[in-house]
Design a protein around this ligand. Structure first.
Ligand code: ZN
Length: 504
């Protein structure tokens, strides 16, 4: 370690410790903290967030970084140190022009806002959430505005925060292809929807049995319970303190078997990524998944590409049947596979199937674009939302709770996040074709041996943390950048098979 880098260490350590504390508070809020606690707890969150801000955004750190920029010093740095500095600079760029008082106020607001959103959703009242949403949007516009270069679009700044190098030009093309290819496929599939029954899914499945099976399937795909926990929360999510403390949640519905199983597989995919970060990198600013897009590629790879395939279920379906014999004895594996892949346009994103999912994301992308280009007022948002659902999915949400209030993201201030899901889907499909070309992918699954698949991902993606960005990861693995064609091909092949459609 060079001398200059050594000087940086205390600041990095403080940032890491405060991140750990804030992550734990957030985890607690989502899982065990009583419903009324957040107004008081958010004060502590505001103070800790400001401390964290000031640990990194200060002249000492700036001066050390300047020193490290000299060629002589920079060449002495290890790959890990370079990754830390790159990440640190990225964070500083995002925050440095924001007055620390404003940052504290925003942190408090975004801690309280999810509770306000949840109540508004419960009351089915957009008006109840709109003022808070308006404030969050104002903060986001102002914060992005502080670092806006001449001619730069505010929304591109937010998109880049979640996925380096991704902007509206890329996403406009991406979603144009989705519109051209997925919408006609969906229309074709919808004509044959009565050929697939999933009546089994809404029978009664005692929660105890679901808990046991979910824990088992999570271990089966590689989640390590010595380094992770599975808890319950209103909305499934993953968080981590470091690579030996990775936490996932789900929720169980007695009359929806698939909900817990696929959310646990999804969150386990996120968790396996974080557990796979190298020991050298963990607990540093570079020791976490590189972006939300790459993160979603891992969760969706496990949930959909692997977890909804015949090959995956062939060796494990009997275990599910023996957990719920009365409900599933008369459902053959083939019918179960068709059931878990049934595509039906609906109003709710988190209930969406693989085929319609990206359309939900496209709608949010188009709306966020309008928000940050000042093309829509706060009052008109629910109508714009509903109109787009009608246009693309053919369904008009029955209420605000089923429409614009369905997602937690905006209440957390996460604007620009949604496209990560679409990017994740596309990366997952691209990885799938690549892995099939270099290893006996289906054979591993059929034999119940997922380890080589997980090891490959760990070796080529997980262990790097933020050392390589999405583009670098993909190019190093496949010699090709993100290409939406694989995703389109994947959906066409899969749904042609599931729905026995004529090949064309
Ligand atoms: Zn996810």
């Amino acid at each position: 370690m060079g001398k200059a880098f050594e000087q940086l260490q205390p600041y990095l350590d403080k940032d890491m410790a405060l991140t750990t504390a804030l992550t734990l508070l957030e985890w607690d809020n989502e899982t065990l903290a009583p419903a009324d606690s957040i107004t008081n707890t958010s004060k502590a969150i505001g103070i800790l967030s400001q401390e964290q801000f000031e640990a990194i955004i200060n002249n000492d750190v700036k001066n050390i970084l300047k020193e490290l920029e000299s060629e002589e010093e920079y060449d002495k740095l290890s790959q890990k140190e370079k990754a830390i500095i790159k990440q640190l600079k990225r964070t500083i760029r995002q925050l440095e022009d924001i007055p620390s008082r404003e940052y504290k106020e925003y942190s408090e607001l975004s801690a309280v806002a999810p509770a306000i959103w949840a109540k508004a959703r419960e009351h089915n009242s957009y008006e109840e959430f709109a003022p808070t949403l308006g404030k969050l949007i104002e903060y986001k516009k102002r914060f992005a505005g502080y670092r806006q270069k001449k001619g730069e679009e505010l929304y591109n700044i937010l998109l880049d925060d979640y996925e380096e190098g991704i902007n509206m030009d890329f996403l406009d093309n991406f979603f144009e292809r989705v519109k051209e290819e997925v919408l006609p496929l969906l229309r074709e599939v919808s004509k044959h929807n009565d050929t697939i029954s999933k009546a089994y899914n809404t029978l009664s499945y005692p929660v105890e049995g679901q808990r046991e099976f979910c824990r088992w399937i999570s271990t089966y795909i590689g989640f390590d319970f010595n380094r992770g926990v599975l808890a319950e929360s209103a909305h499934p999510f993953t968080t981590n303190l470091h690579n030996k403390d990775v936490r996932i949640t789900t929720n169980y519905h007695e009359h929806n078997l698939e909900s817990s199983i696929f959310s646990v597989i999804h969150e386990s995919g996120h968790a396996i990524y974080e557990m796979g970060i190298s020991d050298k990198l963990t607990q540093t600013i570079a020791g976490t998944g590189v972006s939300m897009g790459v993160h979603e590629s891992q969760s969706r790879f496990f949930e959909n590409v692997v977890g909804r395939s015949y090959e995956f279920w062939k060796p494990v379906y009997s275990r599910l049947v023996s957990t719920f014999p009365e409900q599933l004895n008369s459902v053959p594996l083939e019918d179960f596979i068709r059931g878990i892949n049934k595509a039906e346009p609906g109003a709710i994103r988190i209930e969406a199937d693989e085929l319609t999912y990206t359309l939900h994301i496209m709608i949010r992308y188009e709306i966020e674009k309008m928000i940050f280009k000042d093309e829509v007022s706060l009052e008109d948002l629910p109508k714009v939302w509903d109109d787009k659902y009608e246009e693309y999915l053919g369904v008009r949400p029955a209420s605000a709770a089923q429409g614009i209030l369905q997602d937690v993201h905006w209440s957390c201030g996460n604007f620009g996040y949604f496209p990560s899901y679409a990017i994740g889907n596309a990366i997952a499909a691209q990885l799938y074709y690549h892995m099939k070309s270099i290893m006996p992918f289906d054979k591993y699954l059929l034999e119940g041996d997922i380890k080589p698949i997980v090891e490959y991902l760990k070796e080529n993606i997980h262990r790097y943390g933020t050392i390589k960005n999405m583009k670098e990861l993909l190019t190093d693995i496949m010699n090709e950048e993100l290409n939406v064609d694989y995703y389109i091909r994947y959906l066409k092949e899969k749904y042609t098979k599931i729905y026995h459609l004529g090949m064309k």
